[in-house]
Every structure is written in C-alpha cells, then in structure tokens.
Design a binder for this molecule. Structure first.
Ligand code: DC
Length: 229
C-alpha cells in the first residue's frame, strides 16, 4: 500500500453531503495534503469532450485518464488547489454542473478507475492526507485508519447546492437540482464498479441537521481517539 505510515483520513459520501468542505477545512487545520478525487474524474470528462472522445468509449477514456497532464497547484498543504490541465487553469470549468455530469458518466468504467488509482495513492505524503471521494475508504485507501462516510438527505443537499450556485450568480432551479442529485446518486450507487457505499469500518455521519463545525469537531475527536493527531 502506497500510503505506508502516512496517516490517511478518507471522507466519502454522495454529492452535496458537505464532504468537500469538510475535507478542505480538516486538511487546512491539520496541514495535511488534500485529494479531491472527484476533480480527477471531472477532468477526464472535460478532456474527453474537448478531444471528441465519447463518454461511452471506455478504452478512449482510460487512455485519457492514464496520460492526463494534470497538476493540482496549492500554495500550501490543505489550501484550495488550482487545477492545471496541460498548463491551462481549468479550476472554474472543473466545478461546473456539466463537468460533474461528465464525471459521473466516465466514473462507471473500471478501466478509467484503474487508470486513476496509482495517481490517487501518490497523494499519501507526509505529514498526512485527507482523501475526499466516493471510494476512498473502500477501494483506494482500504487500510486507512479513519474512514468517514458523510451523508445528508437529497433535499438538503439540493438546497445547499442551490445556495452555492445562486451565490455564484448562476441561474438554476431547485427542482432540477434535486432531480440531478437523485439521478447522480442512483448512477453512483448502482454502478457495478466501486459503487458508492460506506466501507464496513466507516464512521457514518449524517449532516442533514448538523452544522459543518460540529461535523469537523466530531472528526477531530475521532482522529485524536485513534492517535492520528
Ligand atoms: O465529488 P464530485 O462531485 O466532484 O464527483 C463527481 C463525480 O465523480 C461523481 O458523480 C462520482 C465520481 N467520483 C467517483 O466515482 N469516485 C470518486 N472517488 C470521486 C468522484
């Protein structure tokens, strides 16, 4: 296992559960590295569309994933990273709804997931790693000493996303967002390869009515209890 003695905290869960925010806050607080694995799938989707490779073309997509000239440029461990593809800053495109849709399409393929695995494991560097995704605890870092599965109701997740997008000035409908979230949950949890599910040893936290500060404190408590910090 590439993670060796580096402490790894995995945070998995559905879109909009708050895991991205939680992972970022914890990585910053601890000074640990941050793996936003969803960004890798998003970039594969964006690169495929740009290069005219079909979102159903497993071999073509896996070739893109294998050779992706991508780098995450963070000013310090835990700081939000700019996503640089082939020298271009594509951070904004990566976070778009469209890229999320492409990501969930390409993520169903085993060859794509395999092609991204080594790249993800390489993020486990001292002093530690917070890994955010869907299969961090089940597939990528199965030996991680602390696994968190963060969830929230689909309605609450749609509300959060709605507020985020409105704040960015995007014109979206709540009903459409809820529909998209349900469709993505279904695709992520019913896919044959690495479906979205908590690892058997994951600590499940429901954030529907729990403020992010409290979730963060809970996780810090778990890290201390396991002597990871
Ligand atoms: O977390 P996110 O919204 O950036 O993820 C976008 C899509 O990528 C999501 O629909 C599922 C997929 N994904 C995945 O299959 N495995 C991961 N570890 C991360 C994301």
């Amino acid at each position: 296992m590439a993670q060796g003695s580096v402490p790894v905290l995995t945070i998995d869960g559905p879109s909009g559960s708050g895991k991205g925010t939680l992972a970022q806050r914890l990585a910053r607080q601890l000074g640990w590295h941050l793996l936003d694995s969803g960004a890798l799938y998003r970039v594969v989707g964006l690169a495929a569309v740009e290069q005219g490779v079909g979102l159903d073309d497993e071999t073509g997509l896996a070739a893109i994933a294998e050779h992706l000239p991508i780098c995450f440029a963070a000013s310090a461990p835990g700081e939000p990273a700019a996503v640089i593809l082939d020298g271009r800053d594509i951070s904004k495109d990566v976070r778009s709804e469209q890229a999320g849709y492409y990501a969930s399409r390409v993520a169903v393929f085993e060859a794509v997931r395999n092609a991204l695995q080594a790249r993800q494991r390489a993020f486990a560097q001292p002093p530690g790693l917070v890994a955010d995704g869907r299969d961090m605890g089940t597939e990528v870092f199965p030996d991680a000493p602390l696994k968190v599965y963060l969830t929230a109701s689909a309605e609450e997740r749609a509300q959060r996303r709605y507020k985020q997008l409105k704040n960015k000035g995007e014109n979206v409908s709540l009903a459409t967002l809820l529909e998209d979230i349900r469709a993505r949950d279904k695709r992520d949890s019913e896919r044959v390869v690495a479906p979205l599910r908590p690892a058997p040893d994951a600590h499940i936290i429901d954030s529907t009515v729990l403020p992010i500060d409290e979730v963060e404190q809970q996780v810090l408590g778990l890290l201390r209890a396991r002597r990871m910090i």
